[in-house]
Design a protein. Structure first.
Lengths: 281, 325
């Protein structure tokens, strides 16, 4: 989580220096979701379809800081040759896509393919709360439930889509949207990485046992702006969530100051080395 | 008369249209509080309230579908899609319903909506955020398709698009939003949809372009002038309907034509322009018509984007070939 945060902060810095194109959507504040869920998967076979806010998912999946930063800098040594950028990364069983909701049916299809082959692999689809606006999400959920796809839907509910709060976009209770399809929903706090891991682990076990798709609904907070631009949210509210909902501070309290400092230092050095290799700061 | 950027000019056009006609409203993702990704709808929420500057969920298909329904029942919705690359989610509504309502109802109904969206490259963005797929819309009967090339015609065209009884896809070249300023008259400036404009006169060669590509095309014409070649430059402004009379008149006079666009080459808009010229000016042509275009691949991320987009050098080289043929 600390490593992810340092990478995200570096990306914002490099962007401000004009070294990157497109835009960057950082997951600062949401690292607990990425690390908790991805730590529970079987990296040898499970598939992960991430979204526009996918750096944390990617780093938790493979730790490839160098390939990620180089990609967003548009360099040929980036993980996709510098052609895809932040939102279009593919490596092994990891995919992202900049079109909201588009990856959800694709992830279901991947799961179905693996079930057909009998590999026992599970596919994961990450989506934000705002993406519940897109019709493809519901079409995918229906098929997943109807055909009992081995898919875990992971919702990162940070309460906003860009500038628009969830309350202005969604009628009813978002966390229950999957239930009418017969998809069980488990709701957990994203800032508690260990709890996220435990729940994800349990749900993945159920899916692997052939019980059909599951949805993990994570309440979380985005600390930084949507991308690198303006933030219209209330200052005091932002300060409060930074104080109370930081997954890294939570973990620090659990593992103790000394261990935390060791991990922090190691992450800092690792990111610095990559930045040096790339000749940036 | 004020000197405005294209983003400001578009904003002015929306404000004027909403002041003038209560039936005009804007809707889209983050168009209210945020004022839109490129701030084209800035201030509309404060001035007209949330009932006429509507923040929608992420739901492109529903945004366009709801706009069709509103239009059929007397409103004049101007919906925004954040980037043209997201519009394909709404294609069914646009192609299957907006474009067909008038035809189907034998003229009793029409979808008088405007679908605004930023398109094209040159802002260092990625994939869906940089592409030019005009032909998806221009190929569809029942849709009009316009693309301004600067602040002044952007304002005039948007006003005309909002008044138009048919669905208009309004492509805003995103690299021009803040590229330069232009005097925009205070008074409404009537402009018909479906008419191109001659931006530079000349008798040696015809250069045809639109949107953001007009700037390098005009620069190429200046460079050619230094070599003694006077190029005529035509700004299409409207891709559908296509003003082929002006194009053919010019081609008959110069006999030599180069088309410049950032869309992919195969089946690109240039192909239709060439077909019209072959139909209307074939016997006057002195050389094969040339195209300077994007390539048949996705627009690469920023570091190699300039290799993809047509530039002055490519246009001049192509012009030389056509002149020497
Ligand atoms: C189809 C489509 N429409 C619009 C966008 C532009 N866009 C990118 S992120 C975003 C908000 C997404 O909100 P949410 O799903 O809650 O994810 P969050 O950004 O909060 O992580 C929007 C509107 C897009 N990428 N794709
Ligand atoms: Mg969100």
């Amino acid at each position: 989580m600390i490593l992810i945060r340092y990478v995200e902060q570096s990306l914002l810095r490099l962007y401000a220096q004009g070294l990157m194109g497109g835009t960057v959507h950082t997951c600062i504040g949401q690292e607990g979701c990425a690390v908790g869920v991805v730590s529970a998967i079987d990296r040898q076979r499970d598939m992960l379809f991430s979204n526009h806010r996918g750096h944390g998912h990617y780093l938790a999946y493979c730790g490839d800081i160098h390939g990620l930063i180089a990609e967003i800098m548009g360099l040929p040594i980036g993980v996709c040759g510098g052609m895809g950028g932040s939102q279009h990364i593919q490596r092994e069983n990891f995919y992202t896509n900049g079109i909201q909701g588009a990856g959800v049916p694709i992830a279901v299809g991947m799961g179905l393919a693996e079930r057909f082959k009998g590999t026992g692999a599970v596919s994961l689809a990450f989506l934000g709360d705002g993406t519940f606006g897109e019709g493809a999400v519901y079409e995918a959920m229906n098929l997943a439930a109807l055909w009992s796809a081995p898919t875990l839907f992971v919702v990162e509910h940070n309460g906003y889509a860009q500038s628009t709060p969830s309350s202005l976009q969604h009628a009813g209770d978002l966390s229950r949207r999957a239930e009418p399809f017969g998809i069980p929903v488990t709701r957990t706090e994203g800032a508690d990485v260990i709890a996220v891991f435990e729940v994800a682990n349990r749900l993945l076990g159920q899916i692997r046992a052939g019980k059909g798709p599951r949805l993990l609904f994570l309440d979380t907070h985005r600390f930084a702006p949507h991308s690198k631009g303006d933030d219209f949210r209330d200052r005091e509210e932002l300060e409060r969530i930074n104080r109370e909902c930081d997954p890294i501070q939570r973990l620090a309290a659990q593992i103790g100051a000394d261990t935390y400092e060791q991990v922090r230092k190691a992450a800092e050095i690792e990111v610095d080395i990559v930045l040096q290799e790339l000749g940036v700061q | 008369m004020a000197k405005l950027t294209m983003a400001q000019a578009l904003n002015q056009a929306l404000r004027e249209a909403m002041d003038e006609d209560d039936a005009v409203l804007v809707l889209g993702e983050d168009v209210g509080v945020d004022g839109g990704v490129f701030r084209v709808t800035e201030g509309l929420l404060d001035r007209f309230g949330a009932a006429r500057a509507i923040d929608t969920p992420l739901a492109e298909s529903a945004i366009v579908g709801v706009s069709i329904g509103m239009a059929a029942h007397g409103l004049r919705p101007v919906c925004e899609i954040q980037f043209s690359g997201f519009s394909y989610l709404a294609m069914q509504q646009l192609e299957g319903h907006a474009a067909r309502l008038r035809w189907r109802s034998r003229g009793r109904f029409s979808a008088s909506l405007v679908m605004r969206m930023p398109y094209g490259g040159g802002v260092r963005a990625l994939e869906h955020h940089s592409e030019s797929k005009e032909v998806y819309f221009a190929h569809t009967p029942g849709l009009k398709l316009v693309a301004p090339s600067g602040p002044r015609n952007a304002r005039a065209l948007l006003r005309a698009a909002i008044r138009d009884p048919d669905p208009v896809v309004f492509l805003e070249p995103k690299r021009l939003y803040r590229a330069f300023r232009e005097e925009v008259p205070d008074d409404d400036e009537p402009m018909a949809l479906g008419e191109s404009q001659t931006r530079r006169e000349g008798n040696d060669l015809t250069l045809i372009s639109w949107g953001a590509m007009l700037q390098p095309t005009l620069k190429a014409a200046e460079q050619l002038a230094k070599e003694g070649t006077e190029a005529e430059v035509i700004d299409l402004l409207s891709l559908s309907p296509l003003d082929d009379t002006r194009l053919a008149d010019s081609a008959r006079r110069t006999g030599r034509v180069v088309i410049v666009h950032e869309a992919h080459r195969s089946y690109g808009p240039g192909a239709e322009v060439i077909a019209r010229l072959v139909e209307k000016a074939f016997w006057y042509l002195e050389a094969p018509i040339a195209r300077v275009t994007g390539y048949d691949t996705q627009v690469p991320f920023f570091a190699r984007e300039t290799d993809y987009l047509p530039d002055v050098a490519r246009i001049v080289t192509s012009a030389h070939q056509v002149l020497e043929a």
